[in-house]
Design a protein around this ligand. Structure first.
Ligand code: GCU
Length: 719
């Protein structure tokens, strides 16, 4: 009886606690915009600088900036700054010269800030200390407000500021692979946050919070629907729903885009063809664009997946990707829209190495796209693997604006249960030098347009956001959303480590005893996944369809390049995909210095070894070990790294709220279990191919190979 009574009482208490203090629940909803009170001593100093808010005007972005500053400063400093038009000592004055006489009077040099940049300066006006956030647009001011809050959140001094920042990319875009039935392709955070059925009328606060989060990291575009598009999303009812979202996002500087199905003129337009050169088809797309722009005046444009994995496209009519892209580009051009045309293509007929096909299709079209087309290229030539070399297209289409597409969602890196911080993956690609003629053409400088003088530039991230309360399915996956935005702001200068640190401070704690170990853990986490899933350049070893778990043995799928055996080619003699001149010659798609380096066994980076080479099991690695021994060791290293992550996290309990501590603890345990599964299943299989036993002293797989081959997960998410 007593136990039951106590259980009842504690349940009641927790319900009461939830009602009394819902805002302080640490369920992850607040993301990096938590604004929890800072230490009393520091708060006093900050308060001197932010006692009063003096907004320049009342436009929606300025109102959003005011609301955010009030919310943030109140939370952080414990007092609500008053809003006043006249600025006293400690005032925060923000606006544009056009919207704020106070800013205009300062005669600041904003020339190099562009439309979205901002400056933050500590100044004295009439001998009173003030802080000024100035920009050329109200959205620039909003970005400045978030930047100022970030300084306080990460405990930077704000009394002598002289900061200038501007985004280096024009388009910083999330791609939602969300279907109209709320399923999210490769989504591991629940259903789609777009409640299509209840839109356009129902616009929960969630959508505003989504926009706030994106604006805080500089994301300025959102593709609402899956690249495997349903033509219905272009019909009037769905355009009205998209328009409702656009209205919510507009104050935050975010434009909406739609994925367009190339065959829409046939499917919803009543035409008999979608041929890009057909005048009726052209007229249909022009009318469709006019209709969309009437509902959404700042509509961003279209994203298109064409002639890829069964999607319709211009090649169905023997036209090129350029002709297809230009069709849509001409339709949106009068309205200032763009087309993001994906280069993720591989044919079901071409027998050539899949890694080569996008280049083969697209590079001959360089210079043939309209100026408002950006070709959107995945970071690597296969498909968002834990590690890939940079995509060769980045070094080969100087006359075409190229966007880079990365996955934020972790289709191939353990879904949302494995802790894998993707900052190092993004940085590795962005900093890769394409070695194109003309020095310094890193991928970052190709996509920011500076290598070739393109004004249209951008980066897209496949979103990891769903209806889960913590947005991303796990607390640490929020960091991947965050780092995407921060890197897209300035891909050349951005670095994974400081961004991780910033995120940890904002999301969890500023206590260095917490920050340092967590940042270290995050920085090593992606490499751990590479090690226990696809070490030494192996790739595409996961199970069919849902891609959950290891299945390097699969060899019976209809298309050769769907089979893991196609990628690793392991047999009794050796392992790896020969992409040198003796093999598929994919190396020839890179600039000669890069291709030579990848071809040369003494120069190729070992983490990419088996991507480019097929080698005997006894091949001597730089460590002196054989390839087989090194492979086993690397799998083991991945598994131990996860054990280390668990130990690190367990020691950090004093610095984390119980809810998030427990959530992360449980997921790390899942990761540990699955890392062992990857290691054991892969080694059991490769041992069977190589005919070798594991080196002495290593642990045998827990089960025989047939056990792993028998596992099946028909309902794994995201498929
Ligand atoms: C991957 C992914 C698909 C997706 C495709 C794409 O292959 O598994 O779900 O549609 O990429 O990027 O178009």
């Amino acid at each position: 009886m007593r136990t039951i009574a106590w259980a009842g009482l504690s349940a009641l208490l927790s319900i009461l606690a939830a009602i009394v203090a819902p805002a302080s629940a640490e369920d992850g909803y607040d993301l990096w915009l938590r604004y929890r009170p800072i230490e009393a001593a520091a708060a006093a100093d900050y308060r001197m600088v932010a006692t009063q808010l003096a907004p320049g005007g009342a436009s929606p972005p300025i109102a959003a900036a005011t609301a955010e500053l009030r919310r943030g400063l109140t939370g952080l400093l414990g007092t609500t700054p008053e809003v006043s038009e006249t600025a006293g000592a400690g005032a925060l004055i923000y606006g544009t010269p056009a919207g704020s006489p106070q800013i205009a009077a300062l005669d600041l040099d904003l020339g190099d800030l562009g439309r979205e940049g901002y400056m933050i300066r500590s100044l004295r006006i009439d001998d009173r200390p003030v802080t000024v956030i100035a920009a050329n647009s109200d959205v620039g001011v909003l970005y400045g407000a978030f930047a100022l809050l970030r300084l306080v959140q990460t405990r930077q001094p704000i009394d002598r500021l002289d900061l200038r920042a501007r985004p280096k990319l024009a388009l910083r875009v999330l791609n939602h692979w969300d279907d109209l039935d709320r399923h999210v392709e490769r989504g591991y955070a629940g259903q789609s946050i777009w409640d299509w059925h209840r839109l356009p009328d129902y616009r929960p606060e969630l959508y505003t919070d989504y926009a706030r989060a994106n604006a805080s990291i500089g994301v300025n575009g959102v593709v609402l629907n899956n690249v495997n598009a349903n033509a219905l999303s272009l019909t009037a009812p769905y355009v009205a729903k998209a328009a409702a979202l656009a209205e919510v996002f507009r104050p935050y500087g975010i434009r909406v885009y739609l994925s367009a199905r190339f065959s829409a003129p046939v499917e919803i337009g009543g035409l008999t063809t979608a041929d890009p050169l057909d005048p009726d088809v052209q007229a249909w797309w022009r009318a469709k664009a006019d209709e969309i722009y009437a509902a959404i005046p700042d509509f961003g444009g279209f994203l298109v997946k064409a002639n890829s994995e069964g999607q319709p496209g211009p090649q169905d009519y023997h036209r090129t990707h350029a002709e297809g892209a230009n069709l849509l580009a001409d339709a949106v051009a009068p309205h200032g829209g763009v087309v993001m045309w994906r280069a993720f293509v591989y044919s079901d007929q071409a027998p050539d190495d899949r890694a080569k096909q996008a280049y083969t299709d697209f590079v001959p079209l360089d210079g043939r796209f309209r100026p408002n087309v950006a070709v959107q290229v995945k970071n690597g030539p296969i498909d968002f693997q834990p590690r890939e070399p940079f995509h060769p297209i980045f070094g080969a289409m100087p006359a075409t604006p190229l966007m880079m597409e990365v996955q934020i969602t972790k289709e191939y890196l353990g879904f949302s249960t494995h802790l894998a911080y993707l900052g190092p993956l993004y940085e590795e690609v962005l900093q890769s030098d394409t070695m194109r003629p003309g020095a310094g053409a890193t991928v970052a400088r190709v996509i920011d347009g500076s290598a070739d003088g393109h004004a249209l530039s951008g980066m897209a991230g496949v979103a990891n956001i769903g209806a889960d309360r913590n947005w991303s399915g796990s607390h640490f996956d929020q960091a991947n959303w965050y780092v995407f935005g921060r890197m897209a702001w300035d891909p050349e200068a951005a670095r994974a480590r400081p961004i991780a640190e910033e995120w940890v401070r904002m999301t969890f704690s500023n206590d260095d005893r917490f920050v340092e170990p967590v940042v270290d853990m995050m920085m090593g986490s992606r490499e751990a996944v590479v090690d226990y899933m696809t070490p030494l350049g192996l790739h595409h070893l996961m199970a069919t369809g849902h891609h959950y778990g290891p299945a390097p043995w699969v060899s019976d799928l209809a298309r050769p390049e769907w089979n893991p055996t196609y990628y690793h080619q392991a047999d009794a003699d050796g392992i790896g995909f020969d992409r040198t001149a003796a093999g598929s010659d994919a190396v020839a798609q890179y600039a000669p210095q890069v291709g030579d380096r990848f071809s040369d066994l003494d120069a190729v980076p070992e983490p990419l070894l088996l991507w480019f080479h097929h080698l005997p099991w006894d091949y001597r690695m730089r460590s002196g070990k054989t390839l087989w021994e090194e492979l086993v060791l690397t799998y083991d290293r991945g598994v131990s790294a996860v054990g280390e992550m668990r130990r690190t996290w367990a020691g950090l309990q004093p610095y984390v709220d119980p809810q998030r501590f427990d959530d992360v603890t449980v997921f790390l345990a899942i990761q540990d279990k699955e890392a062992r599964w990857w290691r054991d299943a892969s080694l059991a299989y490769f041992a069977s191919r190589s005919g070798r036993s594991l080196p002495e002293g290593t642990t045998e797989p827990e089960h025989p190979l047939t056990y792993y081959q028998g596992l099946s997960y028909p309902f794994a998410p995201g498929n």
